[in-house]
Design a protein around this ligand. Structure first.
Ligand code: DOR
Ligand code: ZN
Length: 343
């Protein structure tokens, strides 16, 4: 197969940032993706419906003329979140999900949740109105090894939350382990799971063997090879519960290349070429459309995009960096030549 036409993809987990960074990175997502779930971990975070509406307006103002892109807004769940505000934001169509960051789990997560009892009224309300909860699934306890934090979260936090609020629709975001794949497969249709581009490509050796590679550092951190293989099998399986959430998370090189560098891989510019290659390698190109364009809308109860994307087997032109007024941002390098272009 040398050309493939699929329904236009969506990105079910994206960091667009704000200001100069957003201006520079937004066109790279808007070119390939019709819609994206927009992460709310700005400084300060997007907590209220008013903040989400203002952020959506800034995104639309930054969108280049002629580009067709719809931001699907989220609210950042805090222990002070007002269930009525969440319900109103959902009813108006503004907000498509609420994001749970365990306090301290990742970039700008200090306002996240420490005491889950405090958010129970909001979660109960979300279950009643069918508003999904997107979950950053890592415990933050210092005594839990960073490579175990996702698996421990499933047992200690995720499963109890779902039992306490039956019917709550949950997206396990950016899953990185066989444990998460197995858990997702054992649940009913209230549970979905997103998989990033980079976790299909790198394992922890890519970050650490032969010298440290800051541009491969993200959270949840990439795990052992057996987990990468489980993610590839899940993504390419055609199972509806798995769909694309790139977690494209731009940081300037200055902020990545520090003694304490930021977590995040910037994959918006080359996600579709990488995915086409991964699916081809797994002999699963027929399942690419499900993963990028059909399974996500089905979970969120939204229509599949009616326009299409054509991929052609010719090497793509991918920039190594994107320039921003804050400095350059390095594009994720899969470490091998790419074979498929978006045409
Ligand atoms: O690698 C990551 N970067 N993981 C996250 O959870 C947050 C993100 C960011 O905002 O930079
Ligand atoms: Zn993220």
């Amino acid at each position: 197969m040398t050309t493939l036409t699929i329904a236009r993809p969506d990105d079910w987990h994206l960091h667009l940032r704000d200001g100069a960074m957003m201006q520079a990175v937004l066109p790279h997502s808007a070119r390939d993706f019709a819609r994206a779930i927009i992460m709310p971990n700005l400084v300060p975070p997007v907590v209220t419906s008013a903040q989400a509406a203002a952020y959506r307006d800034r995104i639309m103002a930054a969108l280049p003329e002629g580009m067709d892109f719809t931001p699907l807004m989220t609210l950042y769940l805090t222990e002070d979140t007002d269930p009525d505000d969440v319900a109103a934001a959902h009813a108006s169509g503004l907000v498509k999900a609420v994001k749970l960051y365990p306090a301290g789990a990742t970039t700008n997560s200090a306002s996240g949740v420490a005491n889950f009892d405090k958010v129970r009224p909001t979660l109960d309300r979300m279950a009643a109105i069918g508003l999904p909860l997107c979950v950053h699934g890592e415990v933050t306890d210092h005594d839990v090894d960073i490579f175990d934090r996702e698996a421990v979260f499933i047992d200690r936090v995720l499963d109890p939350i779902r039992r306490a609020t039956p019917g709550l629709r949950v997206v396990m975001e950016h899953i990185t382990t066989r444990n998460a794949v197995d858990y997702a497969r054992a649940q009913g249709d209230t549970l979905g799971a997103t998989i990033t581009t980079h976790h299909l490509v790198i394992n922890r050796n890519h970050i650490l063997a032969g010298g440290i590679k800051p541009h491969y550092y993200c959270l949840p951190v990439a795990k052992r090879e057996e987990h990468r293989l489980a993610l590839r099998a899940a993504a390419t399986s055609g199972e509806g519960r798995f769909f694309l959430g790139t977690d494209s998370a731009p940081h300037t090189d200055a902020n990545k290349l520090l003694p304490c560098g930021c977590a995040g891989c910037f994959t918006a510019p080359n996600t579709m070429p990488i995915l086409a290659q991964v699916f081809e390698e797994e002999d699963a190109l027929t399942h690419l459309e499900g993963f990028t364009s059909r399974n996500g809308p089905a979970f969120y109860g939204l229509p599949v995009n009616t326009d299409t994307m054509t991929l052609t087997k010719t090497p793509p032109q991918v920039p190594s960096h994107v320039e921003t007024d804050d400095g350059p941002v390095t594009v994720f390098d899969p470490g091998y030549p790419l074979l498929w272009s978006v045409t």
